[in-house]
Design a protein around this ligand. Sequence first.
Ligand SMILES: [Fe+2]
Length: 491
Amino acid sequence: MTQLSRRHFLTVGAAGTAFAGLGLSPAFADMPDMPGWHLGYHTAPAGGFDPAPMRLVYGRAPAGLEGTLYRNGPAQFLYGEDDYASHWFDGDGMVQRIEISDGRAVHSGRFVDTVKRRIEQAEGRFMAPGFGTMGDPDYPVMGPDDVNAANTSVIVIDGELHALWEAGSAIAMDAKTLETKGPKTWRDDLAGMPFLAHPKTEPDGTVWNLAMNGPNVGVYQIAASGALTSFGVLNIGKAAYIHDWAMTERHLIIMVQPWINEALRPPVVEGFEWRPEEGFQFLIVDKDDFSNRRWVQGPARAFYHTGAAWAESDGTIRLDAALYRNPVLGPGGGVDEIRGKMPAREDRFVSDLTQIVLPVSGDAKLMETGLDGEFPQVDPRRHGLPRRLTALVAGQAETHPGATALSVHDWDSGRTDTFDFGPSRMVEEFLFVAKPGSQAEADSWLVGPVLNLKTGTSDICVFDAAHLSDGPVCIWRGERAWPLGFHGTWA
Ligand SMILES: [Fe+2]
């Protein structure tokens, strides 16, 4: 790994001194007992963040980088003095919006105005049951959207922004003002139907996504116009936890890990059962004919996230994912992080970026890279198509539970290019953004946020995907920090 070079350190550090007078953010200063990294898990202001310019503190803004980065993540962890939600994953979603135009970056952020948030804000306490929260027995639950935290990801379809969770509807928002419009109903009979936080978009804009309900999997196909093309249902035979999946040009790949939750009672996290003897099973489904399907068996692994899949001319399917030997819920289980407790080193989770090979006949094969990382991303121009590159966040610090590095793995050469920011940064998911007029995957920028623990700010960093270890092309620094998020999209 390439550590942050002294040259970069000095240059980035010198630029940072321009903001030294700001010190730590006011929110952080309010919690003196918390470690510095807790800034990433601090409750955001209820009114959100009004649009504010970020300052270019390093490098030059690349000509042609024009668009908006949207990100989503939990941002309400505290009511009153010490009333923490019991689980990070249950915090109300807040969408961060970073518009990059004409060399300038402007940040804004708004909570998703869900039913859950309205009720809890009015009461001034956590009430809804959730993934890791038992909830108040008197909290009214008529359907999934009454407990929808809308905190996991975002997608823009035909100009409309949607905040995504995994067990409830997509929540439509105004892409510019971040005003919440409400739950998205794709078809009248699908009101309240879950919409997974990992939809897949074909290069032509067609969106596919899943709806999980025990062993039943709903499949959405949505045109680039936003109109629902079809909705079908598959049965995978067991109530496996499915957070993400994969797709080629012709097939959906439902990845059935042996991590089962049949109860689905709050708190959901307590109902999981690991059954490694059942192995990791892959259901390959023809997009045009759901009855045309086959299973492939593999060794037991747990996973959250895939990069993407592709098919070779002989029908072999390849896909990449961050796999785990055992199920994990993040470094602190989603519980310790929000309480400022650093997980013990032996409790840190170790993934393995793996290429899963699904042959035309026979069992799945795992090609492990030994690269410990998460949030794998691919060039959206190549989603579902043969490709070389996967970007992911990597690197562990002794001093905080986040990632410190960004890596790009090349499946053709077997090489991994890495830039490590060092322990003073917490690195979030980076997205491929195509350079205008280019075709190759490497002709992309990688754009993402880095929480800077030295300056107490959230930074937006841009890398050249072909020269990652050279360091950032440019960095914009906000005057404030926003909580760490999960996933984003570029529009
Ligand atoms: Fe995810």
